[in-house]
Design a protein around this ligand. Structure first.
Ligand SMILES: Nc1ncnc2c1ncn2[C@@H]1O[C@H](COP(=O)(O)OP(=O)(O)O)[C@@H](O)[C@H]1O
Ligand SMILES: [Mg+2]
Length: 246
């Protein structure tokens, strides 16, 4: 039960949900894990939102509900249409959007999220978790209070996934590490890093292709990676310089 065939390999997908990309499912041993927070982090334009949309569409088309917290308020329904294709109506009907425009609103939305999570919810996506938090840090609210609230939101996501077995997919921004220019740091830093049992870094390669690199996982060696390109319908795996594959 729960096996899926990838080429000549059989993968047990129990406890996982499809990412919406067959190649990424294969890299992740069947998909994102159900009882953990998976965090995708990378620079703007790297593909975090397309990955969130792919997973949300794949869950919503099965008839399960998705809660999609869009904090950047630039969610493109046109883009979702390209990804969901002929299932668009069904997909859109099964996604509940929460769209806070300030960190105070994001706090309020977490209150709503608490009421929304029930057995019909197949995925909670937070795209992106750190943007309003980062803005709020620059205000008179005070770093301590803002960090405390951010920590509280992340604990709540942990509770949802651990106790209710609802997978949580988080996208997060990065900023340059001043000590090592080759590296990036996640907004919100260690709080989210520790809370996420799966961390996937997304980078943009010189070729314009992207790479997803597993940085932390309970059962996959860190450093496992896949190159991909963003296309109309989502993403396609690529072998650098060797064309596409599905
Ligand atoms: N239909 C499409 N075909 C190919 N690439 C697309 C399409 N729509 C958007 N993109 C590309 O996807 C990228 C944005 O990815 P996105 O997931 O929004 O990044 P992030 O959320 O990390 O900022 C942009 O480079 C954009 O050009
Ligand atoms: Mg985005």
């Amino acid at each position: 039960m729960g096996d899926r065939i990838f080429g000549e390999k059989k993968v047990n997908t129990e406890g996982k949900i499809p990412t919406g990309s067959k190649i990424l499912d294969f890299v992740l041993g069947g998909g994102y894990e159900k009882d953990v927070i998976t965090t995708l982090y990378g620079p703007a334009g790297s593909g975090k939102t397309v990955l969130c949309m792919l997973c949300a569409a794949s869950m919503a088309r099965t008839g399960r509900k998705v809660v999609y917290l869009d904090t950047e308020n630039n969610f493109s329904f046109e883009r979702l249409k390209q990804i969901a294709q002929y299932d668009y109506e069904k997909v859109i009907n099964n996604i509940v959007f929460l769209r806070p425009v300030s960190f105070a609103e994001q706090k309020g939305m977490f209150g709503r999220l608490k009421e929304l999570v029930n057995k019909h919810i197949g995925l909670v996506a937070v795209d992106t978790i750190g943007s309003l938090y980062r803005l709020e840090l620059g205000t008179e609210q005070g770093t301590y209070a803002v960090n405390k609230e951010f920590g509280r939101q992340i604990s709540f996501l942990q509770e949802i996934t651990r106790k209710k077995n609802i997978p949580v997919l988080v996208a997060n921004q990065v900023y340059a590490d001043f000590e090592d220019k080759q590296k990036v740091k996640m907004v919100g830093g260690d709080i989210l890093r520790y809370a996420s049992k799966c961390l996937i870094e997304v980078i943009v390669l010189a070729s314009g292709n992207r790479k997803a690199i597993v940085r932390k996982h309970r059962s996959i060696k860190s450093g496992k990676e896949m190159a991909f390109t963003i296309v109309q319908g989502g993403i396609l795996g690529v072998k650098e310089g060797k064309g596409f594959f599905r």
